[in-house]
Design a protein around this ligand. Structure first.
Ligand code: AHR
Length: 534
């Protein structure tokens, strides 16, 4: 059993007394915010997305085809578009993932019936008798249509592993050259898009240490230099280099060192560096649906490791780039279980999503918010029918997962200025799959926009609620407070096609007095408070 140790200790008793003495509120714990000294802006792109030609992500998940009986807009699942708009999805990364380094963009343009059928990287991983042949019916124009419908900025992952600098060069030109200039702009117009797509974010390969070419950091640096040196400058591309495999036991610091070392003495702009971090349980018995308290805490504990990974790689990057021109683009993150809970045989890497994944999402976003100055963008892997998904869709059945609701809760942080947050809640000692460990008894982050403070707080405990007094230092008055909570009695609670609202948001009572607000955060819950400060 884990213990919320402060309840039993003298220090804990002291904290309770302290909290009670400062206001009429009695509380177990105190959270202090400093809205008077706001930090950097949280880039809206931190709340971004990733979709790949993999299993049921694109085909069926997003692309149902123009003639489908499933409601669609130009072949794109309408419900998906509506929900992505509802959470203000800021970007979409596409076409992979590992698929990207086998993808040749010209296969996906022009009349659909003339497009070739091509090989998909995921073919050998498909179950016996199920094919992954790529029809190319969802290509570059369809992707751009999806982005425009959602209002999301495109982030294209280009092919380094089996592509060439020319192929990359031409894709950027096709996307961004003004009308009436180069021949590729004319071809784009012939294919229905006179105006440039103005794609700003370009990934130069994906996981180049693995499926993107099996290179060392140094070898990739050489490729990277070749790929970016001649890139057309229309729309001033934001160039993202493939970064480390953060979920390696050693965090893969060697990749970062090898890559930046390989750039020394050369001119090659690196705007973004694509750190990947999967909370990786593939080698354990852990699956997405069935787990006990050890599994609950193990996932949250391992998820929090992203904090140290961000810190350690940043420190190393600072040796080469002391002013930190290069920011993180954490373009794949999420939980990855052993498998066995797929939506169906063809829905490769799909997995059951529970309340546990929603709390993991919240803890991850709090870490990202607290590192706002370092992160340009992050992309959950992957948005629909995959690992850490917000949606499940099989033909005409559709559900929003618990992770979707975490995105909903955190939406007000997008584009707000981060606010320092302190809490003196002690760590929890928790059981893990092997042994035990500690996690914060309360995690959170805060931001401010237009005199409205957003405070997100996660109580990871499976058995103890926590009454928290939230105070703005510097004498600010809390004039009004509202709250929402995501929780469930059952830690394994999930949303299914038959019960799509099993895990959903509810209102949470917030009491306001003077400089404080008070809330009771249930066990296993994440809350978002909206406080108006006077
Ligand atoms: O998201 C699934 C896969 O995980 C991606 O294709 C790859 O980049 C990563 O290894």
């Amino acid at each position: 059993m884990h213990r919320r140790t402060f309840v039993k200790t003298a220090a804990g008793a002291g904290l309770g007394a302290l909290v009670a003495s400062r206001s009429s509120f009695a509380a177990d714990a105190e959270v202090v915010l400093s809205p008077g000294t706001p930090g950097p802006v949280i880039n809206p792109h931190v709340y971004g997305h990733f979709i790949e030609h993999l299993g049921g992500v694109i085909y069926d998940g997003i692309w149902v085809g123009r003639d489908s009986r499933i409601p669609n807009v130009d072949g794109i699942r309408r419900q998906f578009v509506d929900d992505m708009k509802r959470i203000g999805a800021p970007n979409l990364r596409w076409p992979g993932g590992c698929f990207a380094d086998g993808y040749h963009w010209r296969d996906g343009i022009g009349p659909a019936e003339k497009r070739p059928r091509t090989y998909n990287f995921w073919e050998p991983r498909m179950p016996e008798g199920v094919r992954a042949t790529e029809t190319n019916h969802f290509g570059f124009h369809e992707f751009m249509r999806l982005c425009r419908l959602v209002g999301a900025e495109p982030y294209v992952a280009a092919n380094v592993g089996s592509g060439t600098p020319k192929e990359f060069h031409d894709w950027v030109l096709y996307a961004n050259a003004p009308p009436g200039t180069v021949t590729l702009a004319e071809e784009r117009e012939t294919n229905g898009a006179r105006e440039p797509f103005a794609v700003r974010y370009w990934g130069v390969g994906n996981e180049s240490w693995g499926c993107g070419g099996n290179m060392t950091g140094g070898e990739y640096a050489t490729e990277y230099r070749k790929f970016v040196t001649q890139v057309p400058e229309y729309t001033r591309p934001y160039l993202v280099a493939a970064g480390p495999r953060g979920h390696s036991a050693d965090m893969d610091l060697g990749w970062t060192e090898g890559f930046f070392e390989g750039l020394q003495g050369h001119h090659a702009r690196v705007d973004g560096f694509a750190l990947h971090y999967y909370t990786d349980f593939r080698q354990t018995p852990e699956d997405g649906a069935r787990f006990d308290e050890k599994g609950w805490y193990a996932v949250l504990h391992k998820g929090l490791r992203i904090d140290a990974i961000i810190e350690d790689h940043w420190r190393l990057m600072g040796r080469y780039d002391p002013e930190h021109h290069t920011k993180y683009v954490i373009d794949e993150w999420g939980n990855w279980y052993r498998g066995g809970t797929e939506l169906g045989p063809a829905y490769l890497l799909s997995q059951a999503i529970t309340l546990r994944d929603a709390l993991h999402t919240a803890l991850t976003f709090d870490v990202f918010n607290r590192h706002a100055e370092k992160i340009e963008m992050a992309n959950v892997a992957q948005t629909i029918n995959c690992l850490h998904s917000l949606f499940a869709a099989v033909e005409d059945r559709y559900a929003r997962t618990a992770v979707y609701h975490a995105f909903e809760l955190y939406r007000p942080h997008m584009g707000a200025r981060s606010v320092p947050l302190r809490t003196d809640v002690p760590d929890l000692s928790v059981p893990l799959l092997e042994g035990s460990g500690k996690i914060p008894g309360l995690s959170g982050s805060a931001s401010v926009k237009d005199r409205r403070l957003t405070v997100t707080l996660t109580n990871p405990s499976l058995d103890a609620a926590l009454t928290v007094r939230v105070r703005a230092d510097g004498g600010g008055r809390v004039a009004e407070g509202r709250g929402r909570v995501l929780t469930h009695d059952d830690m394994t609670a999930t949303n299914t096609f038959d019960d799509p609202d099993n895990v959903t948001l509810a209102d949470l009572e917030v009491a306001v007095s003077g400089d404080s607000a008070r809330v009771t955060i249930p066990a296993r819950a994440v809350v978002a408070l909206d406080l108006r400060v006077g």
